[in-house]
Design a protein around this ligand. Structure first.
Ligand code: C2E
Ligand code: MG
Ligand code: MG
Length: 696
């Protein structure tokens, strides 16, 4: 291999390739080196030094030659140097730092790179080495250390918290006050992402956006951080980008100041402007605002708003006989009880003295109002335990409704006040609507609830059964149990009239249990009579899932009747599955575990997707009658039914079409390959003995 031609060094003396003159070249290099160069013999005396070394130490060449290295080193480095010289025999290369001493006595840091060399027999002949003057390097180092120490001193004494992040937002530096602010000592926080400290991690994004939008520097930015123990810490932040020499962002640096206390007192002042200090309830000002907002919303969504005027009966007696402190305690307790009577979106406020106001929003009818008024009366009639006294009071409630009774706070307040007086006149511990007709409705509803309750005790409910026909075989394969009320004064009442009321007052739970029990008993009877293929469908209400234990009720009904779980089918509505999914999912899994089948009733009237329903492992869909009734004439409905059947089939679900009223509909559904049909055309819901005749 040939080497490429090298350029000769410009000022170098001539030398040929054989090496003549190379000694001269070597001399040239050594004398022009920036580092000092030396050779010492085996007696540890300088036999060669270059110009740089002489310059470094302030001596002439002759003054150095023949001296030992010890003559050029500060006294405090003597021990170290002797130790290094002793290693010449044993260690080939040595690198170490010393304090050199110049001719004028001044000292300076040096770095030595020292190598042993050997004579012809292999014995140690001496050593040579290079010396670097470290003065400027050490000065720079010291400057860094000093400024670092200065910075740390500032940070240590800072009230605010200083932080710096790298380009990825990870903390690389934090002042000690962080521990007071967030509960993390700097070493615990370094390496974490800034986002980890925000109360809501999304705030980090808004902070970054604001910082970017303001050109990389902001001051007075408010945000909420999370203390290590979980509480909110409000801070005011100044921050700017850190950039490298080329202007690229390499991190963020800033300071934050704890303003939690200030926020708290501001919030307290703000709170007191709108709340009653004794009960902490909204005051009149805030109530007026809430009511007017509710009215605006009611106008938009065509819903009602109710204002309830609640006045404690005989509160004055409590105050006079037991003293004001006890009276105050009663008011606080009463306020709390009132809050438990309403929904999240409603407002309970204090009007003054022993008068409270309640705003109920987004009402479709007056039922919820009547219910809340009843809760309020019940809640207030439980004796208050105060200072060892059991104090029994009650209250009177007046109700005014937007839009019927008025369209603003003052009108509704006046009318609810008048209604409250009517309640007092009626003997206290009562509620009255301002509008007489509403009082009658409320009474009727109350009356209906009582009659239903009595009806359940007296065994006034019966089940009718509607056949379900399998299209492939034209045979009745199932029955849907539909409840009716044999009311003593109204004849046979359809479920549409009483199920909503039973749901509202919770009666649906015991009623639903009765239906399950009765349907299972009937199923067992038919099976025993030889109709082994017949299944029984039972409707369940959302309230049964929310308030009762459906699983237990089903287990009990199956056990008591001895009916076959595989022949029981529970009809759920989409709304059951859409609310509280996880809790419902658990119930549904348990039901499936029992071996019972599940179907979705009135499918198409909710908003659920089939994919969602599939999670619940349902077996069947019952297409709502509104899509089926006019088949095949209504083209839109025909298309919907066709699509539902196709989708259900691909998800391996069976399909029942409900509300089949004509032979044409049956034919059409047959063409669409619907599995089952149910409707007046195939058979109306009938009592058990008539149904028996149908299947016989
Ligand atoms: P659903 O479960 O969808 O029951 C079908 C309803 O449609 C029944 O009304 C049935 O009589 C009626 N129907 C059946 N075929 C036809 C038809 O061809 N044309 C028309 N126009 N209607 C037909 P019903 O018995 O009045 O029940 C109404 C709803 O009450 C039921 O709807 C169900 O949601 C509920 N319900 C009935 N019994 C119970 C029960 O025991 N528990 C619960 N939670 N709800 C029940
Ligand atoms: Mg049903
Ligand atoms: Mg239905």
């Amino acid at each position: 291999m040939t080497h490429p031609e090298r350029e000769p060094i410009a000022a170098a003396p001539e030398f040929d390739e054989a090496g003549h003159g190379s000694g001269q070249f070597f001399r040239f290099v050594v004398d022009n080196a920036i580092d000092g160069f030396f050779v010492i013999d085996k007696l540890r005396r300088f036999i060669e030094v270059n110009e740089a070394l002489c310059r470094m130490f302030g001596y002439a060449r002759d003054e150095m030659l023949g001296k030992t290295p010890l003559d050029f080193v500060a006294e405090e480095s003597h021990v170290e140097l002797i130790a290094q010289i002793q290693r010449i025999d044993s260690t080939e290369h040595r690198r170490y730092r010393l304090l050199g001493q110049r001719k004028n006595g001044s000292t300076f840091p040096i770095f030595l790179n020292n190598t042993t060399f050997h004579g012809p027999g292999g014995a140690v002949a001496g050593s040579f080495g290079f010396v670097t003057d470290l003065t400027s390097l050490v000065e720079a180092e010291q400057a860094v250390v000093a400024s670092e120490r200065e910075l740390q001193g500032i940070l240590d004494n800072m009230q605010d918290t200083y932080y710096r992040t790298d380009v990825d937002g990870r903390i690389v530096r934090l002042s000690p006050s962080a521990e007071k602010l967030l509960g993390y000592a700097p070493e615990q926080a370094i390496g974490k992402s800034l986002a980890d400290f925000y109360f809501d991690p999304r705030d980090r994004e808004s902070f970054l956006k604001t910082l970017a939008a303001s050109g990389g520097s902001i001051s007075g930015y408010e945000s909420c951080l999370r203390h290590r123990d979980g509480h909110e810490v409000w801070v005011l932040t100044n921050a700017h980008y850190l950039r490298d020499g080329e202007g690229r962002v390499i991190g963020i640096e800033g300071t934050t100041r704890d303003i939690t206390e200030r926020r708290r007192s501001e919030a307290r002042i703000e709170f007191l402007a709108h709340h009653d200090p004794l009960t902490e309830l909204p005051n009149r000002l805030l109530l007026r605002d809430r009511l007017e907002r509710a009215i605006a919303q009611g106008e938009r969504t065509d819903t009602r708003v109710a204002l309830l005027f609640v006045d404690l009966d005989r509160f004055k007696t409590v105050n006079d006989s037991l003293g004001h402190p006890v009276g105050d305690r009663l008011l606080r307790e009463a306020a709390q009880r009132l809050c438990e009577c309403v929904r999240e979106m409603d407002t309970v406020g204090r009007h003054g003295g022993d008068e409270f106001l309640i705003v109920l929003t987004e009402l479709r009818d007056n039922d919820a109002v009547t219910r809340v008024a009843e809760y309020v009366l019940a809640a207030m009639s439980v004796p208050f335990s105060l200072d060892g006294h059991d104090v029994a009071i009650s209250c009177s409630v007046g109700v005014a409704i937007f839009p019927a009774d008025g369209r603003n706070f003052d009108e509704l307040l006046k009318k609810s006040d008048i209604a409250m007086y009517h309640a007092k006149e009626a003997g206290r511990n009562a509620f009255r609507y301002y509008t007489e007709r509403m009082n009658i409705d409320a009474l009727e509803r109350l009356d209906l609830q009582n009659r239903l309750r009595r009806g359940l005790e007296q065994g006034e409910f019966v089940l009718h059964y509607q056949p379900v026909v399998e299209l492939a075989t034209n045979r009745i394969v199932g029955a849907e149990a539909l409840v009716r009320w044999n009311s003593p004064d109204g004849g046979l009442v359809a479920p549409g009239r009483f199920i909503p009321v039973a749901e509202e007052c919770g009666l649906i739970v015991p009623l639903g249990d009765w239906v399950l029990g009765e349907a299972c008993r009937q199923l067992r009877r038919w099976h025993d009579a030889g109709h082994a293929r017949l299944y029984m469908a039972v409707n369940l209400s959302a309230i049964q899932f929310r308030r009762g234990s459906v699983e237990e009720s089903v287990i009990r009904a199956l056990r008591d009747s001895g009916a076959d779980p595989g022949s029981l089918e529970l009809e759920l509505t989409e709304s059951i599955l859409l609310q509280g999914a996880e809790h419902v999912l658990a119930s549904v899994r348990q039901l499936k575990g029992l071996g019972v089948r599940l179907s979705i009733d009135d499918f198409g009237t909710g908003y659920s997707s089939l994919a969602y329903l599939k999670r619940f492992a349902v077996d069947k869909l019952k297409i709502d009658q509104s899509f089926v009734r006019d088949l095949p004439a209504d083209a839109d409905n025909a298309a919907i039914v066709r699509a539902v059947i196709q989708m259900a089939t691909s998800l391996n679900l069976r399909v029942v079409a409900e509300g089949v009223e004509s032979e044409q509909a049956v034919q059409h559904l047959r063409e669409l390959q619907c599995d089952y049909v149910q409707g007046y055309h195939l058979g109306r819901p009938v009592p058990a003995d008539e149904f028996r005749a149908l299947i016989a």
